[in-house]
Design a protein around this ligand. Structure first.
Ligand code: ACO
Length: 362
């Protein structure tokens, strides 16, 4: 079976730090309340020179470097974001304009679950044989839509981007299982009104209109605790694993109490759960790829390790997957990289255009 190994990873966050002490001066809150209710101590906030594009490009360049590739080697760019710099054109095209190359490029919107959704989509392009190398980015600048007079939301969010490169392999690497779900009826619990084609005609018709992120924190909390556990259990079972086989859980970084509840349910010790929300807050679609980056750079992800990703957020949507870490079977020499890698028979039938033969001879 053809798989999509993660061969490169990158991340970027803005320089500006917003601490709990800063927030104490802005709204009626305290470091103690924020820390005990969320686990967050500080977050990174975009400045005038940052954008979803600039963060995505920085993360993507690092991921390409780590994979030993350039943008010309990439067949497809998928950017998961709910805060693109503009609607027309896509965020992915803005990123490609900076990176170079002519890869196909499109955006995917699934809010905080976006990166895991995009990883599933990107992996499928590789698994079917349609593409050999895909760049998947999760990036958000939600603080541009945060009301800094609303203490129930402004303490939570930060900005950032993370990226991974996917490459074909016949070894069991990359995404082994995928769980995607949504409860669209829950859209009212977490949304940004008035930022899209639907524009309120008058303040009379829409007295509640405010172009800021709106959230029913308690509803989202209850939903998150339930789906994080359920989706992770399903992803592990679908991969034919048990939680004894899991080396690392990388959850969406929204609230320490949500992560703790999931870890307790899955009976995972604290050292097997990656947590960085104390430093970044909730970076939405960037949260999981930033955590992947940090875990990899800390040497905590080794060849053959089983990693479980699980995310939830606006939609309300959720996504999980079991990933086998490592690059076994990925073609590394230059000649091979210019040609299609091993393509299975079903994949060849799907791809249609891929010529007969397996491993290239030159
Ligand atoms: N500082 C001090 N007090 C506060 C603050 C604050 N920053 N915010 C709220 N409070 C007060 C409330 O006014 C309330 O006061 P009251 O009892 O006098 O009415 C009290 O604290 C308790 O408020 P709750 O909303 O019940 O607090 P809770 O324990 O639920 O924590 C929180 C709130 C942190 C928002 C929590 O509900 C949460 O994390 N929910 C999930 C949110 C989330 O993960 N969202 C992102 C989804 S991802 C995406 O797609 C973007």
């Amino acid at each position: 079976m053809r798989n999509a190994a993660i061969t490169g990873w990158g991340m970027a966050v803005p320089e500006r730090v917003l601490t709990n002490a800063d927030l104490e001066r802005m709204v009626e809150t305290s470091d103690d309340w924020i820390t005990s209710r969320t686990g967050i101590k500080e977050r990174r906030i975009v400045g005038p020179n940052d954008s979803t594009t600039s963060l995505s490009v920085a993360a993507a360049r690092e991921a390409l470097d780590k994979a030993g590739l350039t943008a010309d080697d990439i067949d497809l760019i998928v950017v998961a974001t709910c805060t693109p710099d503009q609607f027309l054109v896509s965020q992915a095209c803005l990123v490609q304009a900076e990176l170079g190359g002519n890869a196909g490029a499109f955006d995917l919107g699934a809010a905080c679950s976006g990166f895991v959704y995009a990883l599933a989509v990107g992996s499928q392009f590789v698994q079917t044989g349609l593409h050999d190398r895909v760049l998947v980015i999760g990036a958000d600048t939600l603080t541009r839509f945060v009301d800094y007079t609303d203490r129930s939301t402004c303490i939570l969010f930060g900005d950032g981007a993370g990226a991974v490169v996917l490459e074909a392999t016949d070894a069991p690497r990359g995404l082994l299982s995928t769980v995607l779900g949504a409860d669209g009826a829950g859209n009212k619990h977490l949304y940004i009104p008035g930022w899209g084609a639907f524009v309120p005609e008058s303040a009379e018709l829409f007295p509640e209109y405010r172009p800021y992120l709106q959230m029913n924190g308690q509803e989202v909390f209850r939903f998150a605790v339930r789906v994080m556990g359920d989706a992770a259990v399903e992803a592990v079972a679908k991969a034919g694993l048990t939680f004894d086989d899991v080396d690392m859980l990388i959850p969406h970084q929204a609230n320490m109490r949500i992560i703790d509840a999931a870890a307790r349910r899955l009976a995972l010790p604290r050292e097997k759960v990656w947590v960085n929300l104390d430093r970044y807050g909730n970076t939405s679609a960037a949260s999981i790829p930033i955590a992947i980056y940090e875990a990899a750079e800390a040497g905590k992800l080794n060849e053959g390790d089983n990693v479980v990703l699980v995310a939830f957020g606006g939609g309300l949507a959720w996504a999980a997957g079991a990933v086998r870490w490592g690059v076994e079977g990925v073609c590394r020499d230059a000649a091979c990289r210019q040609r299609p890698v091993v393509v299975s028979e079903p994949a060849r039938a799907l791809a249609g255009a891929v010529p007969a033969g397996t491993m290239p001879d030159g």
